[in-house]
Design a protein around this ligand. Sequence first.
Ligand code: TYD
Length: 213
Amino acid sequence: MSKKGLFFTFEGGEGAGKTTLIEGLAKKLATLDFSVVKTREPGGTKLGEHIRNILLDHSATMSICPRAELSLFLASRSQHVEEVIIPALEDGKIVLCDRFTESSLAYQGGARDLGIEKIAPICSYMAHDLIPSSVFYLDIDPKIGLQRRGKLSDRIESETLAFHQKIRQAFLYLAKQHPDRIQVFDAGKSCKEIFHEAFDSIADILAAHGLPI
Ligand code: TYD
């Protein structure tokens, strides 16, 4: 399987500003005539959006144990990679994805205590062994992130502060383990500053792939 495009993922705790960053980058890359696909997890496909509703429904009365939760995120990802991401990459597009494998490792592996190392091979298999060209991790103190977010509406957002702190620790651990592909951005900075830093990094990666801006 040849993949000609580039796959960038965006990770972070609640209120880190991923969505604003992705929107800004997608717009800028489009003005430079790159073909961009903007997508998200859980979701991105019809099946994924159904799974998203099950996972995030705050009013749901059914309980979801950590292993079941992981399976649902991974099912959404398998479909998303097969149906959206791989075809886009084979078409030479730049894919910007809001959350991917690192979210499962941090949330389910770290915060839900399933174990990062234990679930890593399962996550990899379910993602068709697809590894992002680069992971942009937006790091924020959860106290600030949750404040920024305001009213917490979904099932995972509404977890305790300790849970959100475990997520941050897990992301920072992953970034330390994989400095070659996970870049840490200080999400306490302004949106403008983060945008410029992330865009410069994407420009470098594009140049390294023979696509100078
Ligand atoms: P979403 O509304 O997309 O939140 P955000 O804007 O913070 O990305 O909700 C996705 C939630 O699902 C978020 O709390 C992170 C969580 N999540 C996991 O727990 N595991 C995963 O593998 C993924 C992709 C997301």
